[in-house]
Unconditional design. Sequence first.
Length: 202
Amino acid sequence: MKNILLQYPGQFQSVMTGIAKRLEKRGLNSVELVALLAQPENESVLDKVADILAEAVSDAKSALKNFFTANNSISFSFGDNFKNWLLSKEFKYAERKGNLLKRDLPRNMADEEIFKEFKIQPYSSISEGLSEIRDLLEKQSKGNKGELLVKGYWNIFYVKLEDGETVVVFLSWHSDIRDWDLFANRLGVGKWHEGHRVFFRS
């Protein structure tokens, strides 16, 4: 089990959420569970907890695979925010409405300026935003030319999280080690340089 969690570090939060939900369905909370486990005659409870943990890890692995294994040839690196805010949530492929648009920044711009100038609506869910990103990455898995910039510039997406907060997701092709680097941050942290590209739906 430890090896599985190490293999999927970005899914740890999802695993813990899954455990809590499964305990709740069985009428237990964490405090009650600890009390039960402290009683030596309750070995059956320990078995149930092991089953719950295995189910939660399995679900987290499935969510991760749904995002990554559409194209096994893509190599990724991830920032902590991207892992914790987006990959720790259940991912289901989502179709998007409208047309995909892209705009290269004409000058250094803050997130607020980008929203106002290009009239951007963020992707309405994590699954919607990640589905868009995955589809684009599949076409440029080796850093080949396409919609995404591959010459050191950032590709920018705005995605709404489950709690309603909009965050900025940005990715770039790392030519030295030949992988895609994906990060996320809260809005308003500095400015984006001229030439970076923002993606959104009409």
